[in-house]
Design a binder for this molecule. Structure first.
Ligand code: GRF
Length: 195
């Protein structure tokens, strides 16, 4: 299976996925693609011999369709079987998503359906939640929705700042996403539960 990974920044989840696709793993990375040419993850992927590309979203301003038309070019050229959004911070239209329906995954830093959208850690703290975590789900036209493929839970600790909680969740993301991707690439859809 060929896996394309979309990033917007440092790409720590992308790195965890790259490092997992070795040996008898049924998938291999075919592209790392970013909406930011300066994304730190691009150099890390290139250093590992993975093809990289970037389409800067800023020249397209609000013209989401035009940006996505450009983004599709390197993505379709790479002919991925699976597309993983990993710290990708642009909202994709239903039209774009429909091209990869059933084979596009995303990782979100909350226990969906709680806290779709941004600032999930401060929202969990504000709510006084005893636990928090991350979710890998199939991407559909509705943001941070779609069938859940895995979740990892972490305790919220007294005195937690959003940054401390985010770091605890991120560490689990790096275990959850590779576990879900391997299972997904093997054709399994039974959910992964960690922590
Ligand atoms: C992090 O907030 C993570 O929780 C979310 O995307 C952000 C950046 O992740 N999935 P990464 O380090 O670029 O993978």
């Amino acid at each position: 299976k060929r896996v394309a990974i979309l990033i917007s920044g440092g790409g720590s989840n992308m790195l965890a996925l790259l490092d997992s696709m070795v040996g008898d793993h049924p998938a291999r990375p075919c592209l790392v693609l970013s909406n930011d040419p300066a994304a730190g993850g691009l150099a890390k992927a290139a250093a590992r011999g993975v093809p990289v590309a970037a389409v800067d979203h800023r020249p397209f301003k609000g013209d989401r369709a035009a940006f996505e038309a450009e983004l599709l070019k390197p993505l379709e050229e790479a002919q991925p079987d699976i597309v993983c959004l990993a710290g990708f911070m642009r909202v994709l239209t239903g039209e774009f998503v429909s091209r990869f329906q059933g084979r596009m995954l995303n990782i979100h830093p909350s226990l969906l359906p709680k806290y779709p959208g941004l600032h999930t850690h401060s929202r969990a703290l504000a709510a006084g939640d005893a636990e928090h975590g991350c979710t890998v789900h199939e991407v559909t036209a509705v943001l941070d929705d779609g069938p859940i493929l895995g979740q990892a839970r972490v305790p919220v600790k007294a005195g937690d700042t959003p940054e401390a909680l985010a770091a605890r969740v991120l560490e689990q993301e790096h275990h959850l996403y590779p576990a879900v991707l391997r299972r997904f690439a093997e054709g399994r859809r039974d959910p992964v539960h960690l922590g």
